[in-house]
Design a protein around this ligand. Sequence first.
Ligand code: 3HC
Length: 304
Amino acid sequence: IMKRCLSTSNALNVIKNVTIIGGGLMGSGIAQVTAQSGQNVTIVEVNDGAIKTAEKRISDSLVRVGKKLYKDNPQEAEKFVQGTKSKVRGVTDVGEGVKNADLVIEAIVENIDVKHKLFKQIDTLAPPSALLASNTSSLSIRDIASVTNRKDKFGGLHFFNPVPVMKLLEVVTTPELSEESYKSFMEWGKSVGKVCVTCKDTPGFVVNRLLVPYMAEALRMYERGDASAKDIDIAMKLGAGYPMGPIELVDYVGLDTTLFIIEGWHKKFPDNPLFVPPESLKKLVAEKKFGVKSGEGYYKYDKK
Ligand code: 3HC
């Protein structure tokens, strides 16, 4: 019997309880799709206000998804919204949040020191079998994992904004990640409805490595006055089939986030001209114009 137990515990990790650290734009989206797939979700945030904001964002997005799934049946849609919401709880204590976790996903600020401090804590407080992942878009997974004693269970799970809509999940591997943990990450990604691609722990992984230089090139084009921001966006939507133009996309992703990513790469790779931060981006961020979320970026938005 002992042997059988041992061998089952070696099988792919069954993931039922997922803890998301950080309930911001990405964290709440990840929480939502996880809850939609029937898993139990715990969001860890710094205070009750932040939990409320995350819950509101999830609720609003679930209403949109519910409307789409149950077009002619508002009752079923409402049941879906309430049922999914009941799968999500918010806590402010990391220990409480991770103690029963099968998988912990971090989606907090892009600051390596803060992430290190957090993962040291998680490593001691989460069950030894729990898988750990970061949703970082610009830092090295291996570097983040370096402070833990379970590098074989640590990978990148990189989602895209808006998480409930974007189908892709990048599963980022490191040389230390075990085959078993890698397979569990891929299975889990499928279980929350995403199409998974595998990539190595290189700057920007696949999508951002291509998308961020493209957005920066569009900003340089705008700065030179080769075309207006509006015309650059129209051109890429109608001429290349992108759902948003590159400058609209900078506003949507956030000017601060975009600048943070490109500045980080520029410091690491100063000779790569694709990674030079565009002047207009630096200027707007200094003016606290962060895009859609702050009401103004390259364009102006109505504040909700
Ligand atoms: N929650 C739930 N549903 C949502 C939603 C949300 N937050 N946002 C949009 N939707 C749904 C809408 O309900 C709508 O559904 P319907 O087709 O059944 O009516 C559908 O998505 C389309 O939305 P809209 O009609 O409002 O607007 P669009 O057609 O312009 O689509 C978009 C919006 C999906 C955001 C689309 O413009 C798009 O795909 N843009 C590009 C996004 C992108 O490139 N994201 C990646 C950014 S990079 C990144 O995230 C990485 C990070 O590390 C920086």
